[in-house]
Design a protein around this ligand. Structure first.
Ligand code: SAH
Length: 345
């Protein structure tokens, strides 16, 4: 018999599983809470009777990922983690300390297939999806390392979360559970490069979670040239979906805009962006592009970013220039990758 990965279970699924094993439903809450505490051995679940612990051992297992390496930023408190999965695949996650709390950025896939030309995560394509338990494990392992509660989670590491949609929804439900980490949906952000059908579905299923859209261009020709996904889901349709999302959720959308020298950072691009976003409930995060060795794109200078922001404000479009954490350890946006931590050895 295949053993059940019980860390993949939402509380509801765990309850059914416990009932199937002939135990009382309330045991599920106890087990669920142990799992979220980072317990990896059924023997340590002290409030579970010995007989049921043995039964669990025979029919289920507890997912565990291994921390291979931690890089510490010299500039700030940021840490980058390299984790090894059961099948030896490697993924990266990042811990950031902000005034408002501890935030972590997790990966949703091993690699990424979206092919954005400026991003390191997509080099080498996608190997596989992560399971809900592998996403949860990134949170648990980092929490254990920093010995403080993680209050914010952003799904902005390697991978396209909306290409691993069902696992993503389960993961979000699991970390939100009161018996688990009890993370507020409002403190969770999911970022997508623009998979339109999922944006609408997400608005219905997870209306409280913050949605970020990787926009990076004010028109189709530029967006086509740097983001392959735009050919399938063009900008006008994407913005329509965003408007629908806002209508359904009453929530502000975050647009990520990486400023790339000579590609999307001119005044006319800011004007164009201002025009398309001007009546929308949104916020623009301007990020001077972070360096990725494998491509020739260069991030815009601070002055250029400030000018861009000014123009957006003229259109009453809220914009901030994001402080980049952890770029010295390649832990910043777009620098996470599958195979190894660059700069090592
Ligand atoms: N696939 C999802 C989740 C990844 S989030 C998405 O695309 O939204 C990672 C964010 O970093 C995205 O906004 C991505 O476009 C951005 N990014 C990628 N490469 C970057 C780089 N070199 N500098 C700054 N941001 C980058």
């Amino acid at each position: 018999m295949m053993k059940r990965n019980i860390k993949d279970c939402t509380l509801g699924e765990l309850e059914s599983f416990v009932l199937e094993l002939g135990e009382k439903k309330f045991r599920a809450k106890q087990i669920f809470s142990w799992l979220s505490k980072g317990i990896y051995d059924f023997e340590e679940m002290r409030n579970i009777p010995k007989k049921f612990r043995d039964q669990l051992k025979d029919s289920a297992y507890i997912e565990n990922i291994v921390c291979e390496k931690i890089l510490f930023s010299k500039e700030d408190a940021t840490r980058k983690y390299l984790f090894k999965l059961k099948d030896d695949h490697l993924i990266e996650s990042v811990y950031m300390n902000y005034r408002y709390g501890n935030s972590i950025c997790i990966s949703s896939q091993v690699g990424c297939k979206m092919g954005c030309s400026f991003c390191a995560s997509t080099i080498g394509g996608v190997k596989r999806n992560l399971s809900p338990s592998e996403m949860l494990e990134q949170v648990l392992k980092i929490q254990e390392d920093v010995k403080e509660r993680i209050s914010h989670v952003v799904v902005m590491g390697s991978g396209e979360p909306f290409e691993n949609y069902d696992a993503l929804l389960k993961f979000l439900e699991i970390i939100h559970s009161q018996e688990g980490l009890y993370l507020s949906y409002r403190n969770i952000t999911v970022s997508t490069c623009g998979i339109i059908p999922k944006i609408i579905d997400f608005a219905r299923k997870m209306p409280q979670v913050t949605l970020a859209i990787s926009l990076h261009a004010p028109n189709n020709p530029i967006r086509n040239s740097i983001m392959a996904v735009n050919k399938k889901y063009p900008l006008d349709q994407l913005l329509q979906a965003c408007n629908q999302y806002i209508e359904l959720t009453n929530k502000r959308i975050t647009f990520e805009y990486a400023l790339i020298q000579g590609v999307n950072d001119c005044e006319e691009h800011a004007e164009e962006l201002g025009k398309i976003l001007k009546d929308m409930l949104c916020h623009v995060n301007l990020i001077p592009l972070n360096k990725v060795q494998e491509n020739t794109f260069i991030g815009s200078e601070r002055k250029k970013a400030e000018r861009f922001q000014e123009i957006l404000e003229k259109y009453r479009v809220n914009a901030t220039i994001r402080r980049e954490l952890g770029s010295d350890i390649e832990a910043a946006c777009g620098q996470l990758r599958r195979t190894q931590i660059a700069n090592e050895e």
